[in-house]
Design a binder for this molecule. Structure first.
Ligand SMILES: Nc1ncnc2c1ncn2[C@@H]1O[C@H](COP(=O)(O)OP(=O)(O)OP(=O)(O)O)[C@@H](O)[C@H]1O
Length: 355
């Protein structure tokens, strides 16, 4: 059970099916015992990357290294990788204990070792009272924990997980993700995780690889992606609701930005997170005059849907106490340190004096 993790390096990974280029050259590394998540919208190639790494599909080009060894042309069975999928197939006629130890039994691991591993993982995953039950007698979350326990006792030094929580309700997802994270840290197993759910990615990972259309849009720690999106794709994917992106013409700019808005620089986009702006105070550097289109009450916050005079839509997260009134004209503002500048032409972040 004390499998020390191994490192993974992915170099120039490409995959085409006929004329369709699904992965267009993807690079990333996970250090031994690290937790890296591939995050991105449906169809961006996350599951394909996982299949190539596990050996279930062959690469079109690129290299996969485990602990520095090139395994690109090795069979899946020779890669010593554990996998957990969204559809975790448990054997219905076997008990929880038999399901968990099945792989050890097939590998003819000594019975006493099997029982010791089972005891430890059952305690870790809070499954000890359920070991004699059949899968049909478990809730969805308990079944998912059995699937995780099964891969954990298999002592693989690296585990790939493809949306393993997507069949569960919101509360269980939150509970199990902290268990997965704890297991990664306690056991030192390297984890490569796939999800389209940003809160899962941001809360669990050491590193997030944000993917868009078969390419890497940004790699970084969760906080880097939130604090310094590298491009408009990252800005408008990360955050709930995501970052507002306003044309320079819709914003009253401070001098240091206004001086850039000349000639070709007129393609500037001003990014600001809904929770980082407010109804205008005295010390704001940027401001925008707008009309309140509608207000959504979210419990801790009002999401105020705004329109600029030119008709651009954006959102302010307002912390009350009073609800803003639809139809009112207001001025919203934010400070230099909350402003993100992007080129609308390339979509790339523009470094500035302020950020
Ligand atoms: N065997 C295949 N043959 C042809 N095209 C495929 C095959 N498998 C996947 N694709 C295509 O590759 C693209 C990426 O699929 P993939 O499953 O990797 O995306 P994903 O990011 O994991 O999406 P999701 O979050 O919806 O699972 C999709 O357009 C898909 O239709």
């Amino acid at each position: 059970m004390s499998a020390p993790g191994i490192s993974l390096e992915v170099r120039g990974l490409r995959k085409s099916w006929g004329p369709i280029n699904v992965l267009k050259g993807v690079d990333f590394d996970i250090h031994a015992g690290g937790f890296l998540t591939l995050l991105g919208p449906s169809g961006c190639g996350k599951s394909t990357a996982l299949k190539l790494i596990s050996g279930l599909e062959s690469v079109t080009a690129g290299q996969i290294l485990l602990n520095g060894q090139d395994v690109t042309s090795k069979a899946a069975s020779d890669r010593n990788i554990g996998m957990v999928f969204q559809n975790y197939a448990l054997f219905p006629h076997m008990s929880v204990a038999e399901n968990i130890t099945y792989g050890l039994k097939v590998r003819k691991v000594a019975k006493s070792t099997q029982q010791a591993s089972l005891k430890r993982v059952a305690e870790l995953m809070a499954l000890s009272p359920l070991l004699d039950r059949k899968p049909a007698q478990l809730s969805g979350g308990q079944q998912q924990r059995v699937a995780l326990a099964r891969v954990l006792v298999s002592e693989r030094p690296i585990v790939l997980m493809d949306e393993p929580l997507s069949n569960l309700d919101a509360k269980l997802r939150v509970e199990i993700r902290s268990e997965i994270r704890a297991l990664n840290k306690q056991l030192g197993i390297t984890v490569l995780y796939v999800t389209h759910d940003q809160s899962e990615a941001l809360s669990m990972s050491d590193t997030v690889v944000l993917m868009n259309k078969g390419q890497v849009a940004q790699i970084g720690a969760p906080k880097d992606l939130y604090d310094r999106p590298a491009n408009t794709f990252a800005a408008s994917f990360i955050g709930t609701p995501p970052m507002n992106l306003l044309a320079a013409k819709d914003v009253v700019l401070p001098d240091w930005v206004a001086s850039r808005v000349t000639g070709e620089q007129a393609d500037l986009l001003i990014g600001v997170r809904p929770e980082k702006m407010h109804i205008l105070g005295d010390n704001d550097d940027f401001s925008a005059t707008c009309t309140i289109a509608s207000v959504e009450y979210e419990g801790s916050v009002f999401l105020v849907h705004l329109r600029t005079h030119s008709g651009a839509a954006f959102i302010l997260a307002h912390h009350g106490p009073d609800a803003p009134i639809p139809g009112d004209e207001i001025v919203v503002g934010w400070k230099n340190e909350e402003a993100h500048l992007f080129s609308s032409g390339t979509g790339l972040r523009i470094s500035s004096n302020s950020k």
